[in-house]
Ligand binder design. Structure first.
Ligand SMILES: *Cc1c(COP(=O)(O)O)cnc(C)c1O
Length: 496
C-alpha cells in the first residue's frame, strides 16, 4: 500500500506519519494536517456492499493511516464501533419523503461527533505507543455543544489521557449542558466561558500555540493534543460513513453501478462535509456536495461570492452546533483548491486573522463546482420539522432540519432528482425543546424531561439511553471563567 504522509496547510515544513499527525493535532505553524494525496479506494462497490460498517471503516482508514498495522487499526475500529452504538448497523439509513437520512446519531452521545470521537482516543493512544510518548496526553477542546460531550465520553477513564472541555455559557442546549456537567471520569474537566464558541475556539488555539506553556507542560509530563475536528484522526473516520451509505444503497438496489449520489450536510466547522469531499476524491460516485448553513450563513455567502467574511453578527439559533463563524476545516479545502499551495493558503488565513475575511481567486472558485451552498432560516427549519412529522411521522432534529430545508431549496432551484443522502447529525432527543416547539408551540409549557417523554410518544421512538442516563445524574462540574482565564484554569487542573 502506498504510504501517505501528512503536511501542514501553511508551510512545506516536515512530513509526518499519520500517527505523528494524530498526536500533534495542529501543525506548529498553525496549519492543519493534510494527506500528501487523497488515496483511491482499492475495493469495488460490489465488495463494499457485502461489508459491515467496521469492515468498510477499515477499507477507508487503512489507506490514510498507513503507518498503523492491520491489527492496530482493526483493534481501534472494533473498540470504537461496538455495543456503545444502539444499532449493529452503526449508521442506518431511513428513507423519508424522497430522501435517505443517514442517521449518524446512534452512538453514546446521540450526535454524529460520536462517529469520530469513539475511535479517536484509540487512534491517539495507539499513536502514542507507536511513537514512544511517555507524557500524559491532555486533550483540549472547544465545543459548541456536541463535540465536548462526545470527546469526554470517548476519553473518560482512558489511561494516559485527560480531557478539558470549554463551552460557551448559554450557547448550548439545556440537554447538552446537562450531558456535559454530569460527565463521569476522573480525567474529565468541563468549563463554561463568558463568550461564544468562536472565542472558546480561539482561546484553545492560543493555548495550543503557546510555546512556553508547551515547554512547562513537557517538564511536568504532559503534552496537549486536540480532539477538535481539525485532528486528522477525526476527519478520516468520517469518510467511512459516506462510503458505507453508498454501498448500502447499492446493496439495496437504490443505486445502480456508478450512479451518482448527492449528499446534504448540515455544516458548522466544515468537517463532516469535507469528509464527503474526500470520499468523492477517493472515487466514490458522489454528485453534489450540498452545504447547509443556518442563519450564520458565512459559508453560503462564501460559495456564492468567493469571499469569506466573518465580520458579522453572531446569531444564536436552534441548531447551536452550527453557530460558527470560522469554519476551521474549510482551510483544508482552501489549500486544495489553491493547488496545494501553502503560501497562498497562509496568505488567506492571515487575512482571516487580521481582517476577518479573505477573497479567493476565480481559478479557485472554479474548483468549487462540486459544492452547492444554501441556508435555512429559523422559521424554515421549524417548518420542515413540522411538515415532515405531519406527513410521515418521522421526527428530525434541528440541525438535520437545516439540511432538509436546504435540500428542498436545492431541488426547487435545480430540479436535480439524483438519489440524495441527508446527513442526520443529531437525535431529536438532544434538542427536544426546539423540536417539540416546531411541531406545536403548546409543548413549551412542559419541562425538559416531560418533553422527552412526549417526543417518545408522538415519534414512537424509545428514549435513548444517553438521555435516560442524565435524567437523575449528579452535576460534577461547575466552572465558569472569562475568555482570558482559560489558560489559568488549565494550569489549575494540571496542578501547574
Ligand atoms: C458538529 C455538528 C454539526 C456540524 O458539523 P461540522 O463537521 O462542524 O460541519 C452539525 N450538526 C450537529 C448535530 C453537530 O454536532
Amino acid at each position: 500500500m502506498k504510504e501517505i504522509l501528512y503536511k501542514s496547510t501553511r508551510s512545506e515544513d516536515g512530513y509526518l506519519k499519520a500517527s505523528e499527525a494524530i498526536l500533534k493535532g495542529l501543525a506548529d505553524d498553525g496549519g492543519l494536517f493534510v494527506p500528501t494525496e487523497i488515496p483511491k479506494l482499492d475495493v469495488t462497490v460490489d465488495e463494499l456492499s457485502k461489508m459491515t460498517y467496521q469492515q468498510v471503516a477499515y477499507e477507508v482508514m487503512k489507506l490514510y493511516f498507513t503507518d498503523f498495522t492491520e491489527e492496530e487499526l482493526k483493534n481501534c475500529i472494533n473498540k470504537a464501533y461496538d455495543e456503545k452504538f444502539d444499532t449493529e448497523e452503526i449508521a442506518p439509513l431511513a428513507e423519508v419523503d424522497g430522501a435517505y437520512y443517514l442517521e449518524l446519531f446512534h452512538g453514546k452521545t446521540i450526535a454524529f461527533k460520536d462517529m469520530a470521537l469513539s475511535i479517536l482516543p484509540h487512534l491517539l493512544t495507539t499513536s502514542a505507543k507507536k511513537n514512544d510518548v511517555k507524557n500524559e496526553i491532555v486533550i483540549l477542546t472547544a465545543t459548541s455543544g456536541d463535540t465536548g460531550k462526545a470527546a469526554m465520553a470517548g476519553f473518560a477513564d482512558v489511561e494516559g489521557t485527560r480531557i478539558i472541555v470549554f463551552y460557551p455559557n448559554g450557547g448550548v442546549s439545556p440537554i447538552q449542558e446537562k450531558q456535559m456537567v454530569t460527565q463521569k471520569g476522573d480525567n474529565t474537566y468541563v468549563v463554561a466561558i463568558e463568550g461564544n464558541f468562536d472565542q472558546a475556539q480561539s482561546g484553545v488555539k492560543a493555548i495550543f500555540g503557546n510555546k512556553e506553556l508547551a515547554k512547562e507542560m513537557d517538564e511536568k509530563g504532559f503534552q496537549f493534543s486536540s480532539a477538535n475536528s481539525i485532528n486528522i484522526g477525526r476527519l478520516v473516520p468520517q469518510v467511512a460513513y459516506y462510503v458505507y451509505a453508498y454501498a448500502k444503497l447499492y446493496a439495496e438496489g437504490k443505486l445502480a453501478k456508478d450512479q451518482k449520489m448527492n449528499v446534504v450536510v448540515p455544516t458548522g466547522n466544515f468537517g463532516n462535509i469535507l469528509a464527503a469531499y474526500y470520499a468523492k476524491n477517493m472515487g466514490l460516485p458522489i454528485g453534489k456536495l450540498i452545504c447547509a448553513s443556518n442563519e450564520n450563513k458565512v459559508l453560503f455567502d462564501f460559495f456564492k461570492t468567493g469571499e469569506y467574511d466573518k465580520n458579522r453578527e453572531f446569531i444564536l439559533t436552534t441548531s447551536p452546533s452550527m453557530d460558527i463563524l470560522i469554519s476551521s476545516n474549510l482551510e483544508r479545502l482552501i489549500y486544495k483548491i489553491a493547488g496545494n499551495d501553502a503560501v497562498k493558503n497562509k496568505e488567506l488565513m492571515t487575512s482571516l486573522t487580521t481582517d476577518g475575511k479573505y477573497v479567493i481567486t476565480d481559478e479557485m472558485k472554479a474548483e468549487l463546482a462540486d459544492f452547492y451552498g444554501n441556508y435555512a432560516t429559523e422559521a424554515e427549519t421549524a417548518e420542515v420539522i413540522k411538515e415532515t412529522y405531519e406527513k410521515t411521522g418521522y421526527v428530525m432534529d434541528t440541525h438535520t432540519a437545516v439540511a432538509a430545508s436546504t435540500y428542498k431549496k436545492y431541488v426547487a432551484e435545480t430540479g436535480d432528482d439524483e438519489v440524495t443522502v441527508i446527513a442526520s447529525t443529531a437525535s431529536p432527543f438532544k434538542f427536544t425543546r426546539s423540536v417539540m416547539n416546531a411541531i406545536d408551540p403548546k409543548y413549551d409549557e412542559l419541562g425538559d424531561f416531560e418533553l422527552v417523554d412526549e417526543l417518545s410518544k408522538i415519534g414512537n421512538v424509545k428514549v435513548p439511553n444517553a438521555i435516560e442516563e442524565i435524567r437523575n445524574a449528579e452535576v460534577r462540574h461547575n466552572n465558569l471563567v472569562e475568555v482570558d482565564g482559560m489558560e489559568a484554569i488549565v494550569k489549575k487542573f494540571l496542578s501547574m
